[in-house]
Design a protein around this ligand. Structure first.
Ligand code: GL7
Length: 801
């Protein structure tokens, strides 16, 4: 948008006066931020209205991306960027004598997700708007986001994330679009005058779902889509009916907290209530919106695509069936045809425990009408498939089985498309996790490799690098990130390679300042910044990284005078509060950090920093500063990973197993520009089939490994007797479920190679450049374009191949 500095300054001062009735000089950074947020929202309001109007006028097909998590990150800078007003606003703010960085930091980072899955949903929202596609989000407005992590004596402590305390500048509450979601009660069939039966559903516990909409601004294209998050409230005219305190609490609880667990199904009815709540509210509002412009529901699937992001929103399937049949008298077959043509599903993990299942009594008690519909889906599925495929495979794949509702199977059966998130992951779905369903519905399966919001991870997070790239290849890559490939022409340009060094140094200094001020640890910027940022999980193998730190420590202790390439090991990771083992890993790494960072023999050759409270905002600080991107999951376990892509874009070299999208990154940037190691997925499956992995044998045959692992149970690392023992036992007593010891030697070899290679600055920078240049293909712009073409059948404006 066009904006003059003088105009902005005048508007901003007026905004502050109107909102706070004080002079600018008397406002806090939070007030300055809120006023700026409101002003920018106002500047964009016309785009938002016009986008909705034009979708309606042109009867455009809309995508609704249902996700129980969205991790959008702070919106101020990315909204300014997308509107093209960054420079003007920054200059105006500066000339008013305010500190722009302080204003940016005053914005709370909405933690409405756990990790990659939630962040992916947010990246896709940004990209859908940016390529000019009608794509909306549908989720939950959690009153409290993912916990705030602090360390006390090295242990993780969880504090509530009261992110809405000062209000939310970007959202609009739309009470007039609220709808009722019904739980519990009874269903019976009532005979109609024409002799047919119709379900009557009464004595329900009703909850009011109130939508809060946030405009998702497209990049320089006047498009603004909508992210709709639902909040649970008492129904209207609640005062006419008595609600006990516990009934009120029950309603409040539905949208109170995000489940702080990124893989395990919580097994509690509240989680199921959350899932039905936002699925039902979302589908109701979609049908209502559709019917405001169409007389019949017959063409619904031509105008609406609903995407099921992991199994959590699977109940959109029976919910749409219910609305079509019970509220619009659609016969079953037509309703089923509309539903399956509308729905598509993405699986995000092969971890068995994440394939949600609900005990039938709980499900039926909470959602009696929905359960009837699932039963009927189940009955028809069996009737149609048993004659063709036999009873065994149908038993194994039916939506109901073993006394449970099997959400992943329901999602596959009720959708026309099922996709994994990287080629290896999709292959494993077909061969292993969903192999039976793949046999029955091979045509539904496809791959859509994940992508990231390149512009946020470069233009917002890494302005120095962005400026440098622009100076070389212009700005067209902002619209078409694959053009970053043009940078490879400068591989031999020493001056440019040196400029890359300067950029990295500047970013490392920014991070070093943060670490100094927040943690009191001094780190040197000429060290290798070796970064592992992701949720703490055994399969991600932070333990392997930890063993390497112990090895490096012992090596320096053994010969303090020997020359070493200095290193800073940087971790960011939250552990699910109930995940005991993960919390022990945090404690041990923190204890190790204390030992290493305070040992005079070690000095500044080796530092370990576990930065608390990792999230999108810290990612923006850490990622641009990374030299090494640790992507060391056990092959086959990480469906895709997305921090691997963000780090690559920012010039880090991957130290990676052949897992998830690492494989695609390595192919894109060239094997010679990454450090790969370890078992392949088929090696891992080989061990499973033969059942012959013995971690003890590896331990016995490698004296160096013994020395390192034993440090977990000697008193070398102070204060970790039980936690160290726990990890030690997981590796030896319990046969090392994630093959840490199997990969140890190969991993260490690559770590040593890295220390060697880092000394040759020019060669290193060439590799870094190769990563940046090849990273464009991992832009989420292309991912959503592929979803649009292959799955959703929706148009978009910017042509992306
Ligand atoms: C995840 C996968 O673990 C991760 O590999 C993937 O990149 C991400 C997005 O597709 O989805 N699945 C999952 O349950 N979480 C993930 O991050 C929490």
């Amino acid at each position: 948008m066009e904006l003059k500095e003088a105009e902005f300054v005048r508007d901003y001062i007026n905004e502050i006066r109107a909102a706070y009735a004080v002079e600018l000089k008397d406002t806090s950074p939070m007030e300055q931020y809120m006023a700026l947020g409101h002003l920018i929202k106002r500047y964009n309001s016309e785009n938002w209205t016009d986008t909705s109007k034009s979708y309606r006028k042109n009867d455009v097909k809309q995508v609704y991306y249902f996700s129980i998590e969205f991790l959008p990150g702070r919106l101020l800078q990315s909204n300014m960027l997308n509107l093209g007003i960054t420079d003007v606003v920054k200059k105006g703010i500066r000339n008013l004598g305010l500190d722009f960085d302080k204003i940016v930091r005053a914005e709370p980072d909405p933690g409405l997700g756990n990790g990659g899955l939630g962040r992916l949903a947010a990246c896709y929202m940004d990209s859908m708007a940016s390529i000019g596609m009608a794509g909306n989000g549908n989720g939950i407005r959690y009153r409290y986001g993912l916990f705030k992590q602090v360390f006390m004596d090295g242990y993780q402590v969880e504090l509530p994330d009261d992110w809405l305390r000062n209000g939310n500048a970007w959202e609009v509450r739309r009470e007039n679009r609220a709808c009722l979601v019904k739980f519990g009660g009874h269903v019976w069939m009532q005979e109609q005058p024409d002799g047919s039966l119709k379900p009557v559903y009464d004595h329900t516990d009703d909850v009011l779902a109130v939508p809060y909409d946030t405009g998702i601004i497209g990049y320089h294209n006047v498009v603004t889509n909508t992210l709709r998050l639902w909040s649970a409230e008492l129904p209207p005219n609640a005062e006419e009916k008595y609600y006990s305190q516990s009934q009120r609490d029950n309603i409040d609880d539905i949208t109170k907290v995000l489940y702080p667990d990124d893989s395990n199904e919580e097994g509690r009815s509240l989680r199921l209530r959350q899932e039905y709540f936002f699925s039902s509210a979302g589908v109701q509002s979609i049908v209502r919106h559709y019917l405001s412009g169409h007389i019949s529901l017959k063409r619904f699937a031509q105008k609406v695509a609903i995407h099921i992001n992991d199994t959590h929103p699977t109940l959109v399937i029976p919910e749409l069936m219910r609305i079509l049949m019970d509220e619009h008298d659609c016969p079953w077959d037509l309703a089923w045809q509309i539903t399956t043509s509308t729905m598509s599903y993405t699986n995000h993990t092969i971890m068995q425990e994440a394939l949600e299942k609900w005990p039938i009594p709980m499900f039926q008690g909470l959602l009696p009408r929905i359960y009837q519909i699932v039963e009927e889906i189940n009955r028809r599925y069996r009737a149609a498939k048993i004659p063709v495929f036999g009873e065994d495979i149908v038993d194994r794949t039916a939506p109901l089985g073993d006394g449970q509702v099997r959400m992943a199977y329901l999602a596959v059966i009720g959708s026309h498309s099922v996709n994994g998130v990287a080629p290896l992951h999709t292959e494993l779905l077909e061969k292993d996790v969903l192999a039976d369903l793949y046999r029955i519905y091979p045509e539904k399966f496809n791959n859509k490799t994940n992508g990231i919001a390149e512009r946020r991870w470069l233009e917002v997070a890494n302005q120095p690098l962005t400026k440098l790239i622009d100076s070389k290849i212009g700005k067209e890559w902002h619209f078409n990130p694959k053009l970053l490939q043009e940078l490879s022409a400068f591989e031999g340009d020493t001056k440019f390679l040196n400029q890359l060094v300067d950029v990295k140094k500047e970013n490392k200094q920014r991070l070093a300042d943060y670490v100094q001020s927040e943690m009191g640890i001094t780190i040197r910027t000429d060290a290798i910044f070796d970064v592992q940022i992701k949720r703490l999980h055994a399969y991600k193998r932070q333990v392997l990284h930890m063993l390497e730190i112990i090895r490096e420590y012992l090596e320096i202790k053994h010969d303090p005078k020997a020359e070493v390439t200095p290193r800073v090991h940087i971790f960011g990771a939250k552990a699910a509060p109930s995940y005991h083992y993960a919390k022990s890993v945090i404690k041990v790494i923190n204890a190790l950090a204390d030992l290493v960072n305070n040992d005079p023999d070690i000095g500044d050759k080796l530092k370990v920093v576990f930065i608390p409270n990792y999230g999108v905002s810290l990612g923006e600080l850490i990622i641009p500063a990374a030299d090494i991107s640790e992507q060391i999951s056990t092959a086959s376990k990480e469906a895709s990973g997305t921090s691997n892509m963000k780090l690559m874009t920012n010039g880090a070299l991957s130290l990676a197993t052949l897992d998830g999208a690492n494989i695609d990154i390595i192919r894109a940037a060239g094997k010679q520009n990454e450090y790969t190691f370890g078992l392949t997925a088929s090696d891992v499956y080989g061990y499973y089939h033969r059942n012959d992995y013995r971690s003890k044998a590896i331990y016995d045959s490698n004296p160096e490994l013994q020395k390192v692992v034993n440090c977990l149970i000697t008193n070398m690392i102070p204060g970790i007797s039980t936690e160290g023992r726990e990890i030690y036992d997981s590796l030896l007593q319990y046969n090392d479920e994630y093959f840490v010891l199997a990969d140890y030697a190969d991993y260490v070899k690559q770590q040593k190679q890295i220390s060697q290679d880092f000394k040759d600055v020019e060669t290193w920078q060439k590799k870094s450049l190769a990563n940046i240049a090849a990273s464009g293909t991992f832009s989420a712009d292309y991912s959503v374009a592929r979803y649009a073409e292959d799955i959703w059948q929706v148009p978009y404006k910017r042509i992306l191949k």
